[in-house]
Design a protein around this ligand. Structure first.
Ligand code: GLC
Length: 569
């Protein structure tokens, strides 16, 4: 296999600590629980873990509002528990990356408390302060982007909730403080960071107002009501216009270079992956971020189709090739901010088949795959229709606005909040067909409701025992990926580009060529690959029971929704 870095070969698994495993039985996930599940992850074939924030936080944004960057949230355990987790992950050859939130802190962080306390304290300039709101900028979570602080008689800027004040990254002391927090974890041995919301770090210095004739609540409502493609396009355009002066401003690349050089002080190929899809963040291939996510792939209207995937790959791989021959793709279909892949790609009839195809796609496309916890058992969105159970403040804020300002009927507002909230895709991991899905003891109420479909087979324990389950399918496919160099390192070449029923492509290294066919249709196919310069296909994996392990390339028969992988010789 060509020399690749660990993060190019790894299959990543995102853990949302609050919802993964509740080791002490208080309804909230924790390090004790995560540690106990490391063997599960190792057996599944996971190589690296991305941990969503585990730092102390007042939880206005469930950990993405950090009040201390160099400690562990008490509800998750102690620093010692973290160290034990890291040690045990490394002992199982798994890497661990943390979530680094650069743009903002919690309003309870000591830096902000000091900054807010007066206009002339040592940290007075660590956040973005103004006398009066200079423009109509919105926060993408709770409306007005400027909030008044009576302590200093001034307003501060926040792109997210008002409890998440933006740091002033033009102040060198802010950088030094944050880099030293990063070093704290690098010294403990973490393998890198996922960088939160990097596009939001700088704002337009001219403070140019936006020109959208709506406020945030009205825009969200317009998005809810948009039905035709024209209406949807208009809303999407408004969304871009509303925030364009608050996003992607000059300075970001220099900042990412600085952070890169902080990581390069340490041995062992520490890595950075940005929560962004702009490949420019990869710099010249080694002076900024190692990876950015291929978010465009997951943003299809409705289920994934071969044509969508093909055009995404063509565009994406071409951009990366322009950056540097080493620029590496990174694919994902889900995370804690979006509807679960299973639900998004469902058509109501072949949901399970489509879930298999999307998992298989992640493991066979070129690039580092990121899996979101629970995808391996087909966890689905769980709509929380009772607004009093919502925990995502972005949704509770919108719900209140719908009721009180937009005068939306209560039932309709509840429905709309249930659909837009991120709670639906953050419900507790379903470990077993037991009360609370085995996440917490039966007597406890978990922090978010558990999806009751754990009783219909969506659980680790039941799928573990069933060789036909999604989990077993996925586990087998991971093993095939691990033992097939071309599936990890190989180039991608699309085949049969006319078809919108199946996706066929080659992955090839100098020593190995593998044919992957994903049949996205229920229709069986008979496919001819005899124009390729190979004689036979040696089966490596199939989701169907195939008798024949070796066949010619002229008539490859494929079942409906089959996942087929063969080495060509
Ligand atoms: C990122 C996180 C999201 C969070 C936001 C503010 O987009 O993924 O969960 O709410 O940043 O930190």
């Amino acid at each position: 296999m060509p020399e690749l870095k660990w993060w190019q070969k790894a299959l990543f698994y995102q853990i949302y600590p609050r919802s993964f495993a509740d080791g002490n039985g208080d309804g909230i996930g924790d390090f004790k629980g995560m540690l106990e599940k490391l063997d599960y992850l190792a057996a599944l074939g996971i190589d690296a873990i991305w941990l969503s924030p585990h730092f102390p936080s007042p939880n206005w944004d469930w950990g993405y509002d950090i009040s201390d960057y160099t400690a562990v949230a008490p509800e998750y355990g102690s620093l010692r528990d973290f160290e034990a987790f890291l040690y045990e992950a490394h002992a199982r050859s798994m890497h661990v990356i943390l979530d680094l939130v650069l743009n903002h802190t919690s309003d309870e962080h000591a830096w902000f408390l000091e900054s807010r306390s007066s206009r002339d304290n040592p940290k007075a300039d660590w956040y973005v302060w103004v006398d009066t709101p200079p423009n109509n900028w919105q926060s993408c979570f709770d409306g007005e982007a400027w909030t008044y602080a009576p302590e200093r008689g001034q307003h501060y800027y926040h792109y997210f909730m008002k409890q998440q004040p933006d740091l002033n990254w033009r102040n060198p002391q802010v950088k030094e403080a944050m880099w030293s927090a990063a070093r704290f974890w690098l010294e403990l041995g973490v393998d890198g960071f996922r960088l939160d919301a990097i596009g939001t770090i700088y704002e337009d210095p001219q403070l140019t107002p936006h020109t959208v004739p709506l406020d945030l609540a009205e825009l969200r409502r317009a998005a809810d009501l948009a039905k035709t493609p024209q209406e949807k396009e208009k809303v999407a355009g408004y969304w871009v216009d509303m925030f364009k002066h608050q996003l992607n401003q000059p300075g970001l690349h220099d900042l990412m270079k600085e952070l890169r050089s902080v990581l390069d002080e340490y041995d062992g190929d520490r890595m950075l992956v940005g929560e962004d899809d702009n490949p420019d963040f990869m710099g010249n291939g080694h002076d900024e971020l190692n990876l950015v996510f291929n978010f465009p792939l997951m943003r299809s209207e409705g289920p994934l189709t071969p044509a969508w995937i093909r055009s995404n790959q063509a565009a994406r791989l071409a951009i990366l090739a322009n950056i540097s021959p080493q620029a590496w793709p990174c694919n994902t279909l889900g995370n804690h901010d979006c509807s679960r892949a299973y639900t998004r790609y469902a058509d109501g009839i072949h949901d399970a088949e489509r879930a298999r195809l999307s998992l298989a796609l992640m493991l066979t496309l070129k690039g580092t795959p990121f899996l979101y916890y629970g995808e391996e058992i087909g966890m689905q969105d769980y709509l929380i229709e009772d607004p009093s159970l919502l925990r995502d403040t972005m949704a509770t804020w919108y719900y209140e606005r719908m009721l009180n300002e937009l005068k939306v009927a209560a039932a309709e507002a509840a429905r709309s909040a249930a659909l837009m909230t991120r709670d639906k895709n953050r419900t507790p991991m379903q470990w077993a067909n037991q009360p609370n899905a085995g996440f917490s003891p039966a007597r406890v109420v978990p922090w978010l409701p558990v999806n009751p479909n754990y009783a219909q087979g969506v659980s680790v324990a039941e799928q573990h025992q069933d060789p036909t389950s999604l989990l077993s399918f996925y586990q087998r496919l991971i093993q095939v990926r691990r033992s097939t160099p071309a599936l990890i390192a190989g180039d991608y070449q699309a085949l049969h580009e006319h078809s919108n029923e199946y996706l066929a492509f080659l992955r090839s290294t100098p020593g190995q060529t593998v044919l992957v066919i994903l049949n996205f249709s229920q229709k069986p196919q008979v496919l001819d690959f005899s124009q390729l310069p190979f004689e036979t296909a040696h089966l490596l994996f199939s989701s169907a029971g195939r008798g024949q392990k070796e066949e010619g390339l002229q008539h490859i028969h494929l079942g409906g929704f089959e996942v087929y992988i063969a080495e060509l010789r």
